[in-house]
Design a binder for this molecule. Structure first.
Ligand code: 2YJ
Length: 267
């Protein structure tokens, strides 16, 4: 998992309304709608308002990322949750959240980002949630994934979970990763095929799930009006000049979709 930087997330609290509107324009659903769609639930703001979510800063490993807790909190607040960021980090923060009767706890170190519901024992991992958010977002953008071919580029934890989510949707999947072993494991599934040059595939297969942690994996030459890109990978793999050609058919963010789906899935 890529560690986020302050500069990648600091704009989120101020731009979340605008972000949500753009997501609606592309998929027909905002953050809450998309999470409900992915999970088959029908929660709304009134229900979220009855739940207290605590974001706990975590200092282990490389430490606190300036603005990370605030950003996660802003996404939950936007959804309608009552939110607190604990004054204390780490275990003391967990104790504080418990004492303040939080229903849901969210916390991340350098490798793991989880949400726990203290009321009902539910737990979710950010990789699982992010993959479901981006696969369902792609499905909403294109109006169905059954028997469609999707190229999945990057088989880290989110890419691999995305393949699983796409299998559940009945899609045909072409996978690419620099690690051939990772591809070999997934091609044991009947609907998964390994490819050598994912960008080349885009000439014929127009749907892509971009889950690499590198820039410039997709260039303008391979993009046309039928290209749809769902891109959980940070930083965005679509080259800077290519973005304008696909902007209305591209979903990408560093945290919003993953966090909103995490919160709904532990309810
Ligand atoms: O509490 C803090 O401020 C830090 N311990 C947060 C660490 C954040 N974790 C990461 O950046 C993860 N490696 C990636 C988050 C997953 C986004 N898809």
């Amino acid at each position: 998992m890529t560690r986020l930087f302050t500069d990648q997330i600091s704009h989120i609290p101020e731009t979340i309304e605008e972000y949500n509107q753009k997501l609606k324009d592309k998929t027909g659903s905002g953050l809450v709608g998309l999470a409900n769609y992915a999970l088959g639930t029908e929660y709304g703001t009134d229900f979220f308002a009855q739940k207290k979510a605590a974001v706990i800063p975590v200092t282990v490993g490389k430490g606190v990322i300036q603005g990370f807790s605030k950003t996660v909190a802003s996404i939950l607040e936007f959804m309608g949750f009552e939110v607190l960021i604990t004054n204390n980090p780490d275990i003391k923060g967990i104790k504080e959240a418990y004492q303040k009767r939080a229903d849901i706890l969210l916390m991340a170190d350098d490798d793991e980002f989880i949400a726990l519901n203290l009321e009902n024992d539910k737990y979710v991992d950010n990789n699982w949630a992010t993959a479901r958010a981006y696969v369902n977002g792609l499905e909403l953008m294109v109006g169905g994934l059954k028997d469609r071919t999707v190229v999945v580029q990057g088989l880290g934890p989110v890419g691999e979970e995305s393949v699983r989510a796409l299998i559940e949707k009945g899609a045909r999947i072409k996978v690419y990763d620099i690690d051939e072993q990772k591809m070999a494991e997934l091609t044991k599934e009947a609907s998964v095929e390994a490819v050598k040059n994912p960008e080349q595939e885009l000439k014929q297969d127009k749907l892509i799930l971009e889950a690499t942690p590198v820039e410039n994996t997709i260039q303008e030459d391979y993009i046309d009006q039928e290209t749809y890109i769902s891109a959980p990978g940070v930083p965005l793999g679509v080259g800077k000049t290519a973005v304008s050609s696909v902007e209305n058919r591209l979903i990408h963010d560093p945290l919003q979709l993953g966090v909103s789906l995490m919160a709904v899935s532990v309810l």
